[in-house]
Write a protein that binds this ligand. Structure first.
Ligand code: GUN
Ligand code: ZN
Length: 471
């Protein structure tokens, strides 16, 4: 059992919006608790670097993961963060017909979620979600499960076993829901507490956290939302919900809560907007609502595949970023059809271009467009900020956790074709600037033409989670 691991090769991350940081010929040391202990550029000998860092380490206690030979098109990248994903809806990925939010919920979603009360079905679905998300490089996910506590606890157990960092959101809803899929206020209070207690007192895995999950305002009574806001504050819990996704939904919220100034104000009145709140969609918001979100330091989960599929609209991501509001990406299975955050990032870029095409002023047009670097930021560091975890994950820094994917653009079955002249030639130090340009192009090739076949290994907290090492 090694006490220390050194990763050697090219490290790419996006510590600030719009900028790629590329560090070739670098060694990065990780202790057995998954913490990055040193990052050494221009390394000649990674094993020696580890022993220089900690003189008590013997060579047999150190594992070296050396990717230098394939450095032309191979690199370490921070694990993806999916800030909004309904694990329970995975079987319906791709199945949405021509529905929009409210009829989609009635027709496809509630019946599927209700069925996960059966633990055998839940296990099959949740196991598959972990297979797929880990293989696609997702190292942290903020999950919605169902209203059922036992199967939500099962999901927490599966995430812990498979090693993913996860938020487990037992869904809360006590009104305007079908009679086969609803809880009373007291049932909901009891089942949420059961999940929180299980995760905190029985599972005891720091990487797994409960998250308070009022489904959305229409299905939550004022009493329920008030209790959830109070519980989140007293028990220091994250919160996630949906906000302003669809125009009919918006109108309905106006009718249900006529005394509130806006949809966002409904959540605020129940103390649900905090610096640990994740708001999915946020498509149809006024400037006042943006200001309120900013003031409360809540984050936005942009779910472009879902927004296009169930025709909800286009989230104005640049408007949030200009307001210094935190933005991450969400797959929103199964409003969204793809488990991949890489694919979601690609769609985020395209949706921003659709928004730009509606703009007449060319300078504004350019500003609205998200770049490759922007969407890679949203998929990692942006997501970490939204989950209030940017001190722990999202980029490569000493003191952070090693949550990482190893990308090989020329893996055995890769879709990406890299031609000889497109390789970065990192062995020639005097060509680093030109190589950085080449590498930016490789990152763009990965974003637009890559997929899970390029994600060849994944680690969470320094532990390999894909390919799985457990039988
Ligand atoms: N996309 C999406 N929006 C919702 N609003 C309320 N519930 C849901 C859901 O399951 N998915
Ligand atoms: Zn959703």
């Amino acid at each position: 059992m090694s006490r220390f691991t050194v990763f050697f090769g090219t490290f790419v991350d996006t510590p600030t919006l719009g900028h790629l940081r590329i560090r070739p010929r670098t060694s990065l040391g990780v202790s057995s608790d998954g913490t990055i202990r040193f990052i050494k550029p221009e390394s000649k000998n990674p094993l020696q670097d580890a022993q220089d860092f900690d003189k008590s380490l013997n060579s047999w206690e150190i594992t070296v993961v050396d990717t230098l030979e394939r450095q032309g098109s191979t690199f370490f990248f921070p694990g993806f963060i999916d800030t909004h994903v309904h694990a329970s809806q995975y079987p319906n990925a791709g199945i949405f017909g021509s529905s929009t939010l409210l009829d989609w919920l009635e027709k496809y979603t509630f019946p599927l979620e209700a069925g996960l009360k059966d633990l055998e079905s839940a296990r099959k679905i949740y196991d598959r979600v972990l297979d797929k998300t880990l293989a696609h490089g997702t190292t942290t996910a903020s999950y919605y499960t169902t209203i059922d506590a036992d199967s939500s606890n099962l999901m927490a157990e599966i995430c812990a076993k498979r090693g993913q960092r996860a938020f487990i959101g037992k869904v809360c809803m006590d009104q305007n829901s079908p009679e086969y899929y609803i809880e009373t206020l007291s049932e909901c209070q009891h089942s949420l507490q059961k999940v929180v207690n299980y995760i905190r007192n029985d599972l005891k895995d720091d990487k797994i956290k409960p998250i308070v999950t009022p489904r959305f305002a229409p299905t939550c009574s004022s009493d329920l939302m008030a209790w959830l806001g109070k519980t989140a504050s007293e028990q220091e819990l994250h919160i996630q919900t949906h906000l302003s996704e669809n125009k009919k939904e918006l109108k309905w919220v106006g009718e249900l809560f006529p005394d509130s100034d806006s949809y966002t104000h409904v959540y605020d009145a129940h103390n649900l907007l905090t610096d640990k709140t994740v708001l999915a969609h946020c498509i149809h918001l006024s400037d006042e609502e943006l200001e309120l979100i900013k003031e409360r330091k809540s984050g936005v989960s942009h779910c472009p595949i879902s927004n296009s599929s169930i025709t909800s609209g286009e989230c104005q991501v640049r408007r949030f970023l200009d307001h210094n509001i935190k933005v991450g990406l969400g797959t929103d299975l199964s409003g969204g059809f793809d488990v991949s955050i890489l694919c979601t990032a690609r769609q985020a870029l395209l949706v921003s271009r659709h928004l730009a095409m509606k703009e007449h002023d060319t300078e504004r047009q350019e500003h609205i467009k998200l770049s490759v670097n922007d969407v890679l930021y949203l998929s990692t560091f942006g997501g970490a900020e939204v989950m209030d975890m940017d001190l722990q994950v999202g980029s490569f820094e000493v003191g952070k956790q090693f949550d990482t994917q190893l990308i090989d653009l020329e893996s055995a079955d890769s879709r990406v074709d890299v031609f000889e002249w497109q390789h970065a030639k990192w062995d020639k130090e005097d060509q680093d600037e030109a190589n950085k340009g080449l590498f930016e192009d490789l990152l763009a090739k990965w974003l637009f033409t890559g997929d899970d076949r390029n994600t060849i290994r994944v680690w969470v907290a320094g532990k390999q989670v894909f390919p799985s090492l457990c039988s």
